[in-house]
Design a protein around this ligand. Structure first.
Ligand code: NAD
Ligand code: MG
Length: 396
């Protein structure tokens, strides 16, 4: 059997590293032909030495030194454009897109246009470009298989079922580190608090998105596009133990749930071998030690960003792309200590208020909306940062 050729973008990140573990487990089945990393070049070189890809892409411009180090058999691309070039010019079967942010959209679209399978961790691709991605898939270009644990759970619950018998989809959310924090303490939240996720270990940006529940809002939009489900049949339920990864309710009242330990290797590996299941040793769920599974309705006063995401999804067009661009800026500013936690929602709200959505019929319209809102957000965050600094100094 020919090995499945994989391009792994974002190889040095949290998903990228777990993906390498899955690929290492089945050397006779999977082969890495392309890798990318933004800044962590030594880590990328270790992976290149181990997996012998035919192409790599790096964020930095040290391409000459890399070409010398990797030898003539490896094509070296660089910068954001290089990601798309690597996908366009490398022969592969599956693109595992583990990039973070809207920067992942072009690679997803390029792989679909080559009629390839995209194992999609980069949920932002679907949040910002879902309508266009679906138009490609519906015209027969490629396939999207979700890596996100909730969407993998839904795919598993839907296996062998008829789409017309689905009544609703329930996405579970841990509720993040601030599920029980008194609301009057929210103004004091600092990045270290928000980076302390109770159940999942992930990259910084998605960890902050999990604290604000932007991540869950994005996942509702992702589910809308992946499973052709209207927003009024998509629900969020807070489930602090992160044992049920999501559920599907059918029209006879059956509620199917997929359970497991909170570990991304299962959904990543399943996306690579889909529809087949390959073994993963250890990591079994011991229900007796979990003891209790609890569920709560989401509190929109506590998590205003979740409401904004659901609104953006319903409005549609370029609105989710605008929400995403503002969020990328706000999260970076929060992590840099320039913006307060509660101001993240204010940035998203202002960005949405200012935007007139356009239909998403290609990449350009998304990128234009993204650029305009990044410029607007930079200015807005700059003003907020001045106030934030002032308040911080007065509080000293
Ligand atoms: P991460 O920050 O750990 O890794 C991101 C990777 O993308 C790194 O390899 C980095 O070098 C690369 N990258 C970042 N910015 C780039 C840029 N501008 N150009 C080129 N490369 C760039 O992130 P992660 O936690 O692995 O998340 C990756 C994606 O998977 C995100 O979309 C996230 O929402 C999604 N996801 C993550 C998890 C998880 O458990 N970590 C779970 C579900 C979904
Ligand atoms: Mg998820």
């Amino acid at each position: 059997m020919n090995r499945t050729k994989i391009v792994l973008l974002g190889a040095t990140g949290s998903i990228g590293s777990s993906a390498c573990n899955c690929i290492r487990r089945f050397p006779e089945r999977f082969e890495i032909v392309g890798l990318s990393a933004n800044h962590r070049i030594p880590q990328l070189l270790d992976l290149a030495d181990e997996f012998h890809p035919k192409a790599v892409c790096v964020g930095s411009s040290q391409t000459d030194a890399l070409r010398q180090r990797l030898g003539a058999g490896v094509t070296v691309y660089n910068a954001t454009e290089g990601l798309e070039d690597l996908v366009n010019r490398t022969e592969f079967d599956i693109l595992l897109n583990a990039l973070v942010g809207a920067v992942g959209l072009r690679a997803t679209v390029a792989a679909l246009k080559k009629n390839k399978t995209v194992a999609l961790a980069n949920k932002e691709s679907l949040v910002v470009g879902g309508d266009f991605i679906n138009s490609l898939v519906q015209s027969g270009f490629g396939k999207v298989v979700p890596v996100d644990s909730e969407h993998s759970a839904i795919l598993q619950c839907l296996s062998g079922e008829n789409h017309s018998s689905v009544e609703s989809i329930l996405l579970t959310a841990s509720g993040g580190p601030f599920r029980n924090t008194p609301l009057d303490k929210f103004k004091d939240i600092v990045p270290e608090d928000a980076l302390n996720h109770p159940t999942w270990s992930m990259g910084k940006k998605i960890t902050i998105d999990s604290a604000t529940l932007v991540n869950k809002g994005f996942e509702v939009i992702e589910a809308h596009h992946l499973f052709a489900m209207p927003y009024n049949r998509l629900r969020v339920v807070i489930h602090p133990q992160s044992i049920i990864h999501s559920m599907v309710e059918f029209h006879d009242g059956a509620l199917m749930a997929q359970m497991g330990v909170p570990d991304m290797e299962l959904p990543i590996q399943f996306a690579l071998s889909y529809p087949e299941r390959l073994p993963i040793p250890s990591k079994r769920l011991n229900l007796a030690s979990v003891k209790e599974l609890t569920f709560f309705e989401p509190d929109f006063d506590r998590f205003p960003c979740l409401r904004l995401c659901l609104d953006a999804g319903r409005i549609g067009g370029t609105m989710p792309a605008v929400l995403n661009a503002a969020n990328e800026m706000a999260v970076a500013a929060f992590l840099a200590g320039e913006l307060g936690y509660i101001e993240i929602a204010a940035v998203l709200r202002s960005a949405m208020e200012r935007h007139s959505p356009q239909p998403v019929n290609g990449i350009e319209v998304v990128e234009e909306a993204d650029r305009a809102i990044r410029a607007f957000s930079t200015e807005l965050i700059g003003r907020m940062a001045e106030k934030h600094k002032g308040a911080h100094e007065r509080g000293k």
